[in-house]
Design a protein around this ligand. Structure first.
Ligand SMILES: Nc1nc2c(ncn2[C@@H]2O[C@H](COP(=O)(O)OP(=O)(O)OP(=O)(O)O)[C@@H](O)[C@H]2O)c(=O)[nH]1
Ligand SMILES: [Zn+2]
Length: 353
């Protein structure tokens, strides 16, 4: 049977039990969040959960809402098939991001993470500016970072040494593990830093090999397949688990918000890693050239002339597409948040009348 301590509940949290857990309540950890529905897990099992009304009313900012990795106190209902969340434990560590356009408003991505692996592929994805952004984010939430340079099989040893020294020259002293999912190189070192009861996360752009790393550790498709369904208050909900416990007792958190982290404002990041393409683009006929089909495009001309490799161009397009996609979805979300803000304002006005 799994215990609270296996799930990461240690003396730091124990010190808060008397303040947070009241009579008849149990301690559990949030393993998934989907708008207002949650999954919680403890020694008894993993079940759907909802916020107690009183809890919701007292929340003044979204930061006070439970996020994945949080410890909460819950009460069981419906013969233990539904949990109601009554209290939130303080966070030992967290990952959060500033919401654009607001000065103090943060969005919580996950909580109580012991170790954040910042994953970059040695190939197209390698980017010091983005690496620094992740390191700042980890430091902000007191999360210990380790840099992973993945896909080492795609570059020569000399090229890998170059990347390692580029990181050191940038003044970054964080531990670096270079590994390949293909050859298994570096995995001994990777496994050495994974401890049972510790919560980890993988941060990095799409396609750098994060999912493959988890599957490599488990020999299964843990990150992709498991969803938990349950019946609460008559509505059937299926929520994808975002905190998983591997067979070796190591926990990994993977939330949709995490996937967006690195790409926010990546426009500048794209330019940073592809200075040669940006320089070429200066000679395009149209200032807003997309470098995909325009006549007079200097980038396309360079490919035709063999000065720019197709591969490098494809890498540029891929990163640009990802960054546009995430920036777009982030803007859409902000629009929704604004609409919700207006709704609240109107509702408050109506109340006053
Ligand atoms: N050559 C090489 N390819 C790899 C390695 N690791 C992963 N890949 C490939 O890279 C692609 C992306 O890997 P994923 O593990 O899905 O990457 P991810 O970071 O999880 O991407 P998202 O799920 O989009 O966030 C897949 O086609 C993998 O087979 C590696 O070490 N070497
Ligand atoms: Zn162009």
């Amino acid at each position: 049977m799994i215990t609270l301590s296996d799930l990461g509940f240690d003396v730091w949290f124990e010190a808060h039990i008397d303040d947070i857990r009241h009579e008849g309540q149990n301690i559990a950890r949030i393993t998934a969040v989907d708008r207002n529905s949650y999954l919680v897990r403890n020694e008894i099992g993993e079940i759907p959960a909802e916020l107690a009304g009183k809890f919701s009313f007292q929340v003044e900012s979204s930061v006070e809402l439970p996020c994945v990795g949080d410890w909460v106190s819950v009460q069981y209902h419906n013969e233990g098939t539904l949990a109601i969340i009554h209290g939130l434990f303080p966070r030992k560590t967290f990952l959060r991001r500033k919401r654009a356009g607001m000065e103090v408003e943060y969005q919580m991505i996950a909580a109580n993470i012991d170790l954040a692996f910042i994953v970059q592929s040695c190939h197209f994805d390698f980017n010091l500016a983005r690496l620094n952004r992740y390191l700042v984010m980890a430091a902000d939430g007191h999360v210990e970072p380790i840099i992973i340079l993945a896909k080492t099989d795609l570059i020569s040893d000399a090229e890998l040494q170059e990347k390692l020294s580029a990181i050191k020259e940038a003044g970054i002293t964080t531990r670096i593990i270079a590994l390949s999912n293909l050859t298994g190189a570096g995995y001994d070192e990777f496994r050495e830093v994974l401890f049972p009861g510790k919560t980890c996360c993988l941060l990095g752009s799409s396609g750098v090999g994060k999912t493959t790393m988890i599957n490599h550790l488990t020999g299964r498709n843990d990150l992709d397949t498991k969803a938990v369904s349950g019946t609460g208050e008559g509505t059937h909900t299926t929520t994808r688990r975002q905190l998983i416990v591997l067979d070796n007792g190591v926990m990994f958190i993977d939330t949709p918000g995490m996937r967006e982290l690195g790409l926010l404002g990546a426009g500048e990041g794209v330019n940073k890693g592809f200075e040669d393409i940006i320089e070429l683009a200066g000679a395009c006929r149209y200032a807003d050239c997309s470098h995909t089909q325009e006549s007079g495009c200097a980038v396309l001309a360079a490919i035709a002339g063999g000065e720019l490799s197709e591969e490098r161009y494809a890498g540029y397009l891929k990163l640009r597409k990802e960054s546009e996609h995430y920036e777009m979805s982030y803007l859409e979300k902000r629009k929704k948040d604004k609409a919700f803000g207006r709704f609240i304002k109107t509702a408050k006005k109506n109340l006053k009348r």
